[in-house]
Design a protein around this ligand. Sequence first.
Ligand code: FEO
Ligand code: CA
Ligand code: CA
Ligand code: CA
Length: 605
Amino acid sequence: SAVDHTAPAGMNFDPVSPNTEDALVIPGGYQQKTVIRWGDPVIPGAPEFDFANQTPEAQAKQFGYNNDFAGLIPVDGVPNHHYLVCNQEYTTEEFMFTGYQPKEPTEQQALISMAAHGITVVEVAATPGTGALTPVVGQRNRRITASTPIHLTGPAAGSEFVRTTADPAGTTVLGTIANCSGGLTPWGTMLSGEENYNNYFGNASAVTDTATKDRLDRYSFADDADYHQWGRFDQRFDLATEPNEANRFGYVVEVDPHDPSSIPVKHSALGRLKHESATIHVVSSGPDTGTVVAYSGDDERFEYIYKFVSSRRMKTGLSSTARTHNLGILDEGTLYVASFTGNEPDAIDGSGKLPPSGSFAGRGEWHPLLTVDADGTARSHVDGMSPAEVAVFTRVAADKAGATKMDRPEDIEPHPRTGKVYCALTNNDKRGTDGKAAADSANPRNENKNGQIIEITDNHTGTDFTWDLLLVCGDPAEADTYYGGFDKAKVSPISCPDNVAFDPHGNLWISTDGNALDSNDGLFAVALDGAHRGETKQFLTVPMGAETCGPIIDRDRVMVCVQHPGELDDHSADNPASHWPDGGTSQPRPAVVAVWRESGSPIGV
Ligand code: FEO
Ligand code: CA
Ligand code: CA
Ligand code: CA
């Protein structure tokens, strides 16, 4: 393959071919360097990583495991220095501990696992002349783990559903876990979505109260979902003892990196789901100028897409007055859930046959679920549910509102220029099986293995939108795929889209998780406009068994989080499929990597 110099600016690179290498593979003419790995020191006094002698105390001062979202936020007044904000979604204990027996942690291992979760803020310094970033182990850094105090705000706070033995007021949660994708706000903070927290709670089958049981079921709590078994050593993760602890996870967490002593916030006005993320659009003209719209997906099969529209307007600038004001934006406004209707519903016959090109489109509606007023008063828009019930059991409210069941909504993000909103619907192998919802216009394939990208043209502060499918992913040689109308003979194959981002030229970038085309996951650039719409080019691939996360696409640097390198479906513990990044016979280590162009020119121009 060769550089397509007719591609839009930002996409002129030699695409990386599908492969199964144990390496991060980048285009010719580019360089790469690891920024930070699992176990690298973050907090002053942290010891160097020592795989054989890891402790909870060391881990709490080091970079956590399985980095997912990453963002760079400038450090005020320090040129070329940024806060790298990065969440650590989960732990792969089989790769962290020699001889680990699945679901059988020792107490020490469980405590290390808890300390390896959460969020890291680490100052990084740019090296002039390259894209490399070097961590600065200093006072600006912080680790937020499964034990860090976090304020719960909004209608859930203080409600009967979140009070526990340790926190009878129901306002201070210890820790954030299962953080998947995220976003940055224009007011200088990081948002992170709590996703698969059901994997941390045990004894679901011992819960006898019917209402509690139904709610746990709706969020997929089950004995066999408890991979981490923390409840053996900390009773708040034992559902039989503390059933309400489970209701304290599943929120969007906001972290202000500018103040290392600030207490992070869980915003329950955005609802409790398996939040993949929250990403921000700010209305920039007209009577709603300054209104903030936060988009979020609920990543599980047949779950929904949500948005929150603020009533508080954003103050511009980074003064402390503006910051304090803006930190309350996600506590005042209305939460909605989406339904999708196809323009040609008859084109879908449930057989997996796609409608003709160009007809993957339709209209949609946002259904209000919950409004929180400036004084904190909350109103439910769902019959029979209180505001606190809607905030905590948001999925139940969305069911009643008639939302459309989607193919696992992962990252969703508004385009910084056009405002169009792009959501990765990663896959859904249960679509159309076992009496489950069959294919529809927005989710057009049964047993969907490869996923699709939906493009939403939203009336941001209103309740109506139109939509279109940009990509129906999979092998371009197969008839059931669609690449925005572009010539499918000229695209890089993409499967299982997960994270979305934009480059400064306006192209969409997509990272993948679970590539069903027998090659490693990777990062792709996709053209959105004109004759090139749908042109898809692979920029990099990650090592075997890893998923590609994070992505940050700046003018001169691309960054990715390499999550769970070596983790194949069977978690083959004794023989990890990867020794990246340290090589030899070393344990694989999740890490953040920077890629830049040798010539010093911008990416892909
Ligand atoms: Fe953690 Fe939805 O991916
Ligand atoms: Ca994800
Ligand atoms: Ca994103
Ligand atoms: Ca995923």
